[in-house]
Design a protein around this ligand. Structure first.
Ligand code: ADP
Length: 387
């Protein structure tokens, strides 16, 4: 390894992903890994280039313990090399933060204001910045915002039809998964620049799930809004809901705001509908009726949004799937794409079963793209270092 490294940290609700890159062009990743199921049966996965993948249980009960375990692993993997930048996925940048930037105490104070806007992610993102700054005091800390990619979208995609003062106070449709969408668009550009410049719908389907309409390489609209609750049903989040339901639960059922928040973020979506699991692999393996219905609902919402995003784009030149479900579930992709001849979409069943990169047979190409948020973060950190 070189003597200078860039570390990326991507802290989610129950996992922290990380990667270690050589800090020179062409940037190469030396180590990737993650701690999953923090607070439960946590495990550390390590993928060092040229070595077999390792998975081992780790005794971490919270994010702080997981972060300190990761920073220990990174410390020993880096040998004598110096970490000169740590790039962080920051979920919510609010109205002010769009492009990547070096974080200082003033920007961190501003970003803390958005913790209630992304309660499953933002606190852990900011804890990771503090933890990394303590362990690598000589490194710059770079924030890359999941909302950033969408900040240029049109006003109609930015607003809610509430009294105007709320828009001015920051209640807007931000959209998330921007680092993933950037990664997919960059990969599509390498594959076919003309296509990547056209009208694309990207479905990022993981524990968190959203879709984005991209035109000329830019986000036009996305299914998530002010928070990462809106749009598609997710592992444990409800997705789109009639606001009247929320009023009813508060006013008639007497739910407290905390109980409602817990239900919408942690007890709904695939888990709530199936009563079984938030994990698509378990639902696909189950014979239970509610598990089937949960998958059907998940797919139905994707198809509804595909229609809406296609209308917003004025047509569709390409559909791309990414995220843990989008990259791996042939069943979900096949259900989403059924009877879409009117959109020029037909799947090559064999290619779909093998999760190949190109899975379409019709006039509208369909791709499975392995998203690389870490790569986007590392390149952003590198460009700030060399600026
Ligand atoms: P996160 O939003 O936490 O980053 P991921 O992108 O890792 O989530 O996606 C996790 C989801 O991907 C889980 O629902 C998991 O079951 C699903 N998944 C992973 N591999 C497969 C597979 N082979 N088939 C179906 N679903 C899969």
């Amino acid at each position: 390894m070189t003597t200078e490294l860039i570390l990326t940290l991507n802290a989610g609700s129950s996992s922290i992903k990380f990667a270690l890159y050589e800090a020179h062009e062409p940037m190469r990743v030396g180590l990737r890994g993650q701690i999953e199921s923090i607070g439960g049966a946590a495990s550390l996965q390590l993928n060092a280039i040229g070595a077999p993948k390792q998975v081992r249980p780790v005794d971490v009960t919270d994010h702080a313990a997981a972060l300190s375990e990761i920073l220990k692993v990174v410390g020993s993997a880096s040998g004598g090399a110096r970490v000169i930048a740590v790039g962080h996925r920051i979920t919510h940048g609010g109205p002010d933060f769009s492009g990547p930037q070096v974080l200082d105490s003033a920007s961190l104070d501003r970003l803390r204001r958005f913790i209630p806007w992304a309660p499953l992610h933002q606190p852990y993102n900011l804890e990771a910045v503090d933890g990394a700054a303590r362990v690598f005091p000589g490194a710059i800390q770079v924030g890359c915002f999941d909302t950033g990619y969408h900040r240029g979208h049109p006003w109609v995609s930015d607003a809610y039809a509430l009294p105007r003062r709320y828009y001015d106070a920051g209640l807007r449709r931000y959209g998330f998964h921007g680092l993933s969408y950037q990664s997919v668009v960059a990969q599509l550009t390498d594959i076919d620049p003309n296509l990547a410049n056209g009208r694309i719908v990207i479905a990022h389907l993981g524990n968190g799930a959203s879709m984005c309409a991209v035109k000329g390489g830019r986000s036009i609209t996305s299914t998530m809004g002010f928070t990462a609750l809106d749009g598609l049903a997710m592992g444990t989040r409800c997705g789109v809901i009639d606001p009247g339901v929320l009023l009813y639960l508060l006013q008639e059922e007497g739910l407290t705001a905390d109980a409602l928040s817990r239900m919408l973020y942690r007890e709904s979506g695939l888990l709530g509908l199936s009563g079984l699991s938030s994990d698509m692999r378990e639902l696909e393996a189950s014979q239970s009726g509610p598990a089937r219905e949960a998958i059907d609902y998940f797919v139905h919402r994707i198809r509804v949004e595909l229609g809406a995003l296609t209308a917003t784009l004025g047509g569709l030149d390409c559909l791309a799937f990414c995220g843990g479900i989008g990259e791996n579930s042939a069943e979900v992709r096949s259900q989403v794409c059924r009877d879409l001849d009117w959109l020029g979409i037909a799947l090559d069943d064999a290619a779909n079963r093998e999760s190949q990169m190109r899975i379409g047979l019709g006039r509208t190409p369909v791709f499975v793209i392995r998203t690389d948020e870490e790569g986007v973060i590392a390149h952003a950190a590198m460009s700030l270092l060399t600026r």
